[in-house]
Design a protein around this ligand. Structure first.
Ligand code: PHE
Length: 452
């Protein structure tokens, strides 16, 4: 076996810490905020089914491939891709996969931070008790009033960006480990509590039916693309986040086992969030297709009606912020490692550059919910465009490139050695990665432009 490389940025202290950190990256706003609202917008069950299929058939195999690349290269995604392409006798242009990923991470973080800022603002609103006894109308009004105030939204966005860059500046292996170990289980428990509450609303069945009864007549072609894009988004795939985390993974840990654990945990959190939210939607005459505000207009009603709701509600939004925080860190880490490796700057300087640029772009998202609301292109505002471009195009294309590289370009000996997976399972994975994943991504792309 070739001598394994060592990352100059350090290593996770154990396999378990890698799983926690990668789960921290995967579980975030995508699960709690985005999954419910896009499910609501695209008609429920059928959309959920396609999303689950994409997680299993595309997400899981690509996650294994991406971690494998990271651990083999042990550098920033660009340098890893260049190095591994060289080793395989392929073009150094594969480094572009890394570049596109860094760009995608930067674009995503710019709006991700704004939404995380909403959650921060809701910690304070929840604690103030204004939602006690609230109905759907009040919750909606509070949310709309908040969004209409660009300065407030900008303030919270700024705070969240600072929080993120402080952790990244200190190196992701420090505080992250403790935070994830404690907060992920807490988030999970609170979601269970919310599902428990949802059972008492009288609309639990209706909510579940919406989520799990596939009605394909409500599925438009665009929805299929959104579902696939979301599988990449929610698992943090296609942009180098999981690759860079994989580059800190101990050599002996099992990539397949870790990937499965991460994907299962991530999916469970999303489904629980859906099960908590939709019954509240139906019980309170709210609109499932309310869009990005859905989480913020529904759960305050639930907390407003349950005993000790102020406490639980505040805690819930604190945990949402933490979940977003651990994801945000991974969105910018590839860019920072590259600046350190190739520009020779210190980590702190790299963080400043990356942080300020992301913060600036985030202002566009802040304004797209108030002053720039009217400016749309293809029916999408600034935030919508960024989201579409990254989640629905850049991440699936990045994932496709990763699947093709590992499946067809890399030397099989290297792939097998790094993955260290036995017999039948290995062959199944390789076959899915070479054929099923690329064909599935291709079909979804063609289908969404209504060619098939
Ligand atoms: N997976 C994160 C979420 O669901 C978002 C994310 C996407 C993080 C891509 C890193 C890379 O919230």
């Amino acid at each position: 076996m070739a001598q394994p490389r060592v990352s100059r940025h350090g290593e996770w202290s154990s396999r378990w810490v890698f799983i926690l950190a990668a789960t921290g990256s995967a579980v975030g706003l995508g699960n709690i905020w985005k999954f419910p609202y896009i499910t609501g917008e695209h008609g429920g069950g059928a959309f959920v089914l396609i999303y689950l299929l994409c997680v299993a058939l595309v997400g899981l195999p690509v996650m294994m491939a991406e971690i494998l690349l990271g651990r083999r290269g042990r550098q920033s995604p660009m340098n890893t891709m260049r190095l591994l392409a060289e080793e395989a006798g392929a073009s150094p242009r594969w480094a572009w996969v890394g570049w596109c990923g860094v760009l995608a991470g930067f674009l995503i973080l710019s709006y991700y931070s704004v939404i995380a800022g909403w959650a921060l603002a809701y910690v304070v609103r929840m604690a103030s008790g204004i939602f006690i006894g609230a109905d759907g109308q009040l919750a909606q009004a509070v949310f709309e009033r908040f969004l209409a105030d660009p300065e407030a939204v900008l303030g919270w966005h700024t705070l969240f960006m600072v929080m993120t860059m402080v952790v990244v500046a200190r190196g992701v292996r420090g505080g992250l480990e403790q935070a994830v170990r404690l907060l992920m289980p807490a988030l999970f428990l609170l979601l269970l509590l919310l599902v428990g509450y949802a059972m008492t609303t009288g609309a639990f069945d209706q909510g579940l039916r919406f989520l799990f009864n596939p009605d394909f007549s409500r599925l438009d072609p665009a929805a299929v693309l959104v579902a696939m894009g979301h599988a990449f988004f929610t698992l943090s795939l296609g942009m180098g986040a999981i690759m860079i985390y994989g580059s800190y993974m101990p050599q002996r840990a099992s990539i397949a086992g870790a990937s499965l654990a991460i994907a299962v945990a991530d999916t469970l959190v999303a489904l629980l969030a859906g099960m908590a939210i939709f019954p509240v939607v139906y019980a309170n005459g709210l609109e499932p297709g309310a869009g990005p505000g859905l989480l913020f207009q529904t759960l305050p009603v639930a907390f407003g009606q349950m005993p000790a709701g102020v406490l639980f509600g505040t805690l819930f939004f604190v945990l949402v912020v933490f979940a977003a925080w651990t994801s945000a860190i991974s969105l910018i880490e590839p860019a920072v490692t590259w600046l350190v490796e190739n520009r020779g700057v210190r980590r702190l300087t790299a963080c400043l550059w990356a942080g300020v640029a992301t913060w600036l772009l985030g202002i566009g998202t802040v304004l797209s919910f108030n002053l720039w609301k009217e400016f749309t292109l293809f029916g999408l505002n600034f935030f919508g465009l960024l989201d579409f471009l990254t989640a629905n195009l850049m991440l699936p294309l990045g994932g496709l490139a990763i699947a093709l590289f590992v499946g067809w370009v890399m030397r099989e000996r290297d792939v097998a050695e790094e993955l260290a997976l036995k017999g039948g399972l290995y062959r199944l994975w390789r076959w899915v990665l070479r054929y099923v994943t690329p064909v599935a991504v291709g079909i979804v792309f063609l289908h969404s432009v209504e060619l098939i």
